[in-house]
Ligand binder design. Sequence first.
Ligand code: CU
Length: 199
Amino acid sequence: MFSGATRHAAEVDGIMFFIVLSSAILLVLITIAMIYFTIRYNKKRNPVATNIEGNTILEVVWIAIPTILVLFMFYYGYVSFADTRSIPKDAMNVKVLGKMWVWSFTYANGKTSDTLYLPSGKAIKLDLLTSDVNHGFFVPAFRIKEDCISGKQNYMVIYPDKTGEYDIFCSEYCGMNHSSMYTKMKVVSESEFNSWLKK
Ligand SMILES: [Cu+2]
């Protein structure tokens, strides 16, 4: 169950840190081994190569360790992706329309806005649409990103749990003014949101 944008972001950061750290450790170990073997087994030090038939323990280890690492990465990647795909019953719907080169948001009562106002502490289902080319709906602070695909309705569930202002970018190159396809998400208290929605 999705536990809120703050925790989701922390989890994404955690798995990102794990991936960078394990890549860095592997890079260092492999580089050291490579340099050692280049020096130790060069033609001068080791003129006649020994024929090695194989080493079962070594082979099992170098298959098992990367497999465990990759499964671990997959599991956490999947769990955080699933967070944004399961729709809670009480989720509020907002239609997100990407078009060259602006975002527009439509609420259940028909109200349209160019800034995404959301109440804090509620599950929000964003219906992601585009009226032209593909766009990418990206909220860096929440560590979430989903595409708006031509001719298809996509969606994403978010759970803003902290009031504040957050950036929304287009993460899919969509032409000339792609870089200015930018707006804000304003997360406010539920009462503040309701009075805004009625205005
Ligand atoms: Cu775009």
